[in-house]
Design a protein around this ligand. Structure first.
Ligand code: MCN
Ligand code: CUN
Length: 789
């Protein structure tokens, strides 16, 4: 950890607090989102979705729909089958129906689509499509899905006779069993991380415009990964890649929901090819909730082994993962369970083991979404919940138990028992700062007094380490595409610059922070640096924004490309100042002659010279620009200590989050204001998941969270004033020492809140309760146990 003093002047040349550049348009309603795209002659597309979770399609009659006013085309699975487009690959090497042919496998699955002159005509025509279904028994419960007599969902996969997606294992089973056998204390708990949904403010959609003369497809779409999507469209549709332009304009939140390729995107492409006109598809809120990438849905059995003094020895877990009807999760190929392997947390263990079975059910596909850092949400929840259960059994303070077991600073780089190499960390100061900000000892005193009066107050702690910045090409790819990122930087003659990124902001403020990274390296003010992103014709290849990888990967690329430009500028400066390169010092924004600071040239003067009249030094080309493709050598490992204080109304069982203290360590901080925004948003997500949000299904497979009336998301009313703090432990391998922050708070806050609620319920003898801790669940938990003393 290093001591830092942050720049608070609001107009930094480099890192520091700075208002977001993109806000000039976003706050004035001048943002341009996919639904704002209007092209001449544009048609509108609506999707017919299955009302059943599991059914055979007997017949589809589209004649009435085709005759409906304004309708230009009605497309079914059979039409697509003829074109070889009925199925598409998912990001996890499975296949998913673009339109159902033989059968439907989840409620909301795409069955047909209509293209019409306007949105209303398209929707009206859906009502006229007559589909005859033969309803089948749905598989809703993940445990039942594995029973030998369960109906097989994926009959489309040749030779498939069960509902297994994959089995996965990590760690050393024998060694873990051995350590468990020698432990004084073993604590076991069944922990469910329910299915939730990212529910971004803007739903998913696209506008496709295929030009048959040029043979070029332009696709505006809500995608977090424009380049990866383009490559997949090229492979699936057989259109040459250079003839596809994917444009992600402004995006109204993604949270992982906009990583997968959805059938609707493909429908709009097919619609445009078939009609010869641009076609827009924009889903509504219910469509977004029932059919697009969900998150979590893990049933976890957790066990922890320790000595009676509270030294944690080992953790093992058995997980049932519900993947829905198609494995639509996005994870690096070698990591089918994402980065769940970091379930060993921030603790120095002797052994660890995880066994996981992933299962198909008749539910919407998805799995990796909602600020999850590739399943680190589930892993952190598991370890932080089971460590608290251990503290309960040992009657130890949960902060003390954690402090006793942290990986120590001198142990970094630290290889976990599941093979992850934590690059750096210094946990105790972060934990101590959170405790100090919370006034931990006083809070415990207050709690004791309240308990004596029968009041329910809880204090919950969570400490997390994340692995973000996927990833090194040696072991990380998505469908064969390496997870490196390109970056291009051009300095114009007058010293203004443009930097082109392969990542794509959905609200994280890249147009500001990436300008700051370049500004820090080159001394050009951020206002003079434009950040271009989200258009495959104008940006270098790279895998996009998710897993909080933009700063760890693309941010590194931006710093390194700026250094490349600076190296070239130095050669030009040496010619301008008529001294050797070795005699130059870089003082932010200019090169000075060593020992003679009066003789210097600014980067702007150098830029003009690079494009200007007169010879340049031998071997130096004109212009001032560079490009790079950055392949990270490791992930970055941010960490954080969160403390939550809740009060529970004993009469209504309502949980109120009274205080929340979040101390994050994301290494070097580029823009503290944006970091705080990311943390505030993630903490709010955490309140949603811990207390309110769940996508559930009835026994027929009907989705019960199909609107925001049923699927509750938090508002400003449900959250406290967040209290944030930070420590700084730079990443040793990242060129500027930065680690990701975008998902930290979503990862770390649910266990802190649940630990607080369970702590409040301690007088009832409760050691665990599952999310979401709604009043009715808390009420049931209280009534199912002994009354408080
Ligand atoms: N940052 C910084 N200093 C650091 C680390 C990050 O100033 N040491 C800044 C970055 O420059 C960037 C922001 O914080 O502007 C987030 O950076 P990073 O952690 O690299 O995460 P990404 O940019 O890759 O964003 C992805 C992450 C993910 S995966 C989800 S999900 C999520 C999240 O971001 N979705 C979001 N935050 C979101 N915020 C908004 N507003 N909308 C979403 O959809
Ligand atoms: Cu998992 S949600 Mo974010 O990685 O786009």
């Amino acid at each position: 950890m290093t001591q830092v003093f942050e720049n608070n002047d609001l107009q930094p040349v480099g890192y520091g607090r700075m208002l977001r550049k993109e806000d000039a348009r976003l706050l004035r309603g001048r943002g341009r989102f996919v639904d704002d795209v209007q092209l001449p002659g544009m048609l509108h597309l609506a999707i017919l979705r299955s009302p059943f979770a599991h059914a055979n399609i007997v017949s589809i009659d589209t004649s009435a729909a085709e005759a409906s006013p304004g309708v230009k085309a009605v497309i079914t699975g059979e039409t697509l089958k003829g074109l070889g487009l009925a199925w598409m690959p998912t990001l996890s090497n499975d296949v998913q129906a673009v339109l159902a042919t033989d059968r439907v496998r989840f409620q909301g699955q795409e069955v047909a689509f209509v293209v019409a002159e306007d949105r209303y005509q398209a929707r009206d025509a859906l009502e006229l499509i007559d589909v005859e279904y033969d309803v089948l028994e749905p598989v809703v419960d993940v445990r039942k899905a594995l029973s030998p007599d369960a109906p097989v969902i994926r009959t489309d996969l040749e030779g498939k006779t069960d509902n297994h997606v994959f089995d996965w294992e990590t760690g050393d089973e024998a060694e873990t069993d051995r350590v468990f056998a020698s432990a004084d204390v073993i604590v076991k708990e069944d922990i469910v991380y329910p299915r939730v949904h990212p529910a971004p403010m803007e739903t998913c959609g696209s506008v496709a415009d295929f030009d048959p003369v040029e043979g070029k497809l332009r696709l505006w779409s809500t995608t977090q990964a424009p380049h990866a999507h383009r490559t997949l469209y090229a492979i699936v549709a057989g259109i040459p890649e250079h003839k596809i332009q994917v444009i992600a304009p402004d995006i109204g939140g993604g949270f992982g929901n906009k990583v997968p390729i959805y059938p609707g995107y493909v429908h709009s492409i097919v619609g445009s090819i078939v009609t010869g006109r641009p076609v827009k598809w924009m889903e509504d809120r219910s469509e977004n909730l029932i059919s697009t990438g969900f998150a979590r849905d893990y049933i976890m059995r957790a066990e922890i082994a320790a000595t009676s003094e509270g030294k944690i020895l080992a953790i093992r877990t058995n997980v049932l993962a519900d993947h829905g009807a198609f494995n639509g999760t996005a994870a690096p190929v070698k990591y089918p369970a994402g980065f769940f392997g970091v379930f060993t947390g921030s603790y120095d263990l002797q052994a660890a083991h995880c066994k996981m079975t992933a299962v198909y059910t008749n539910k919407a596909p998805g799995g990796v979404a909602y600020a999850c850092s590739f399943r680190i949400t589930e892993a952190v929840y598991l370890v932080e919940r089971i460590v608290d259960a251990l503290a309960y059994e040992l009657q130890m303070d949960p902060a003390e138990l954690r402090l006793k077991n942290f990986i120590q600073p001198e142990q970094f780089p630290y290889t976990t028992k599941t093979g992850w190499v934590y690059d750096s960390g210094d946990y105790e100061p972060t934990m101590r700062l959170a405790m100090e900000m919370a006034g931990y000892d006083e809070l415990r005193k207050e709690q004791a007094e309240k308990r004596a009066r029968g009041e329910l107050m809880g204090i919950g702690i969570a400490f997390f380490t994340e692995a973000v910045g996927a990833g090194p090409r040696k072991n990380m790819d998505i469908l064969g595409l390496g997870m490196a990122d390109g970056c291009e930087l051009r300095v114009h003659p007058t010293g203004k610059a443009v930097v082109r990124l392969s990542v794509k902001t959905q609200g994280q403020g890249h147009e500001t922070t990436f300008a700051q990274i370049v500004a820090e390296e080159l001394g050009i003010p951020p206002a003079d640096i434009d950040v271009l992103h989200g258009d495959t014709d104008n940006t270098p290849f790279g895998l996009g924004t998710y897993g909080s990888r933009s700063t760890p990967v693309s941010g590194a690329a931006a710093a390194l490309v700026a250094r490349k430009v600076r190296d070239k500028a130095k050669l030009i400066a040496s010619a301008m100042l008529e001294v050797s390169v070795a005699d130059l010092d870089w003082v932010k924004g200019s090169f000075q002659v060593k020992g003679d600071p009066g003789r210097s040239v600014t980067i702007q003067e150098i830029a003009f010279r690079a494009h200007g009249a007169g010879d340049l030094p031998d071997g130096v080309e004109g212009g001032l620009e560079a490009q790079i493709c950055y392949n990270p050598s490791n992930l970055t490992y941010p960490h954080g200590a969160y403390i939550c204080v809740v009060d529970i109304d004993p009469g209504t069982a309502e949980v109120k989050v009274r205080r929340f203290i979040a101390v994050d360590d994301c290494g070097t901080r580029i823009n503290p204001m944006i970091i705080e925004g990311q943390v505030h948003g993630g903490l709010t997500d955490g309140v949603g998941m811990a207390l309110m949000e769940m996508i559930s299904f009835d026994e027929d497979g009907n989705c019960l969270g199909a609107s925001l009336m049923d699927y509750l998301i938090p508002t400003a009313l449900e959250v406290p004033d967040w209290e944030t703090g930070f420590t700084v432990t730079p990443s040793p391998h990242h060129p500027i020492g930065a680690k990701g922050i975008g998902e930290s708070a979503t990862v770390g806050s649910p266990p802190a809140i649940v630990n607080a609620v369970v702590d409040a319920l301690k007088p009832f003898g409760i050691r665990h309760a599952d999310m979401p801790l709604t009043p009715s669940r808390v009420w049931d938990a209280m009534r199912g146990q002994a009354t408080p003393p």
